[in-house]
Ligand binder design. Structure first.
Ligand code: SF4
Length: 185
């Protein structure tokens, strides 16, 4: 049977209508929803999870991070992220994240809430006491070494160049010789 193009369309339409299909195919609105990040500030940052140091863009609106995604201009990852980096959004948006200093004294089974000032003083005091205790003036041959052998420092992958430079200067000034970095482990 020869069926013209017009005849085919009529036939197909009639068949669909008879099957009740046409009635359920309404005309839908075709415009996309506005993007939630269209008025957000873009802040470039670095993934803190490992030493690869992938670039990430944080979208911030009203002081809140509303989206994170790979930075397409970053030379290391060019927009791609692994599963951990892809889940970075949960770091600033997580009600389980600790927002206060918790301290457990030696031998205690209880956590106490402390202030940030208290924590900084405590860290400084512990470093000073340990340094005074472990400072080595001379080695076994009697040579002056002026170093600290009982404190080790481990850097984190979220530190950038300038932070690492400042921290290493500070630790060398204290006399530390055991410096390592998470990215090398
Ligand atoms: S996105 Fe993955 S590979 Fe890149 S820095 Fe983060 S954890 Fe490392």
């Amino acid at each position: 049977m020869n069926v013209s193009r017009r005849g085919f369309l009529k036939l197909a339409g009639g068949t669909l209508a008879a099957a009740g299909i046409g009635a359920s195919v309404g005309v839908k609105s075709a415009h996309a929803k506005p993007s939630k990040i269209r008025y957000a500030r873009e802040i470039p940052t670095v993934c803190p999870y490992c030493g690869v140091g992938c670039g990430i863009i944080s979208h911030v609106s009203n002081g809140k991070v509303i989206n994170t995604e790979g930075d397409p201009d970053h030379p290391i990852n060019r927009g791609s992220l692994c599963s951990k980096g892809s889940a970075l959004f949960q770091i600033p948006n997580n009600d389980k994240r600790l927002s206060k200093v918790l301290y457990r004294a030696p031998g205690s089974g209880q956590w106490e809430v402390k202030s940030w000032d208290w924590a900084l003083d405590k860290i400084a005091r512990n470093i000073k006491d340990a340094r005074d205790k472990g400072f080595v003036r001379t080695n076994a041959k009697g040579q002056v070494v002026n170093r600290v052998e009982n404190i080790a420092s481990l850097g984190g992958a979220s530190l950038d160049n300038e932070e690492v430079y400042s921290l290493v200067k500070f630790k060398r000034a204290l006399g530390l010789v055991h410096l390592e970095h998470q990215a090398r482990i």
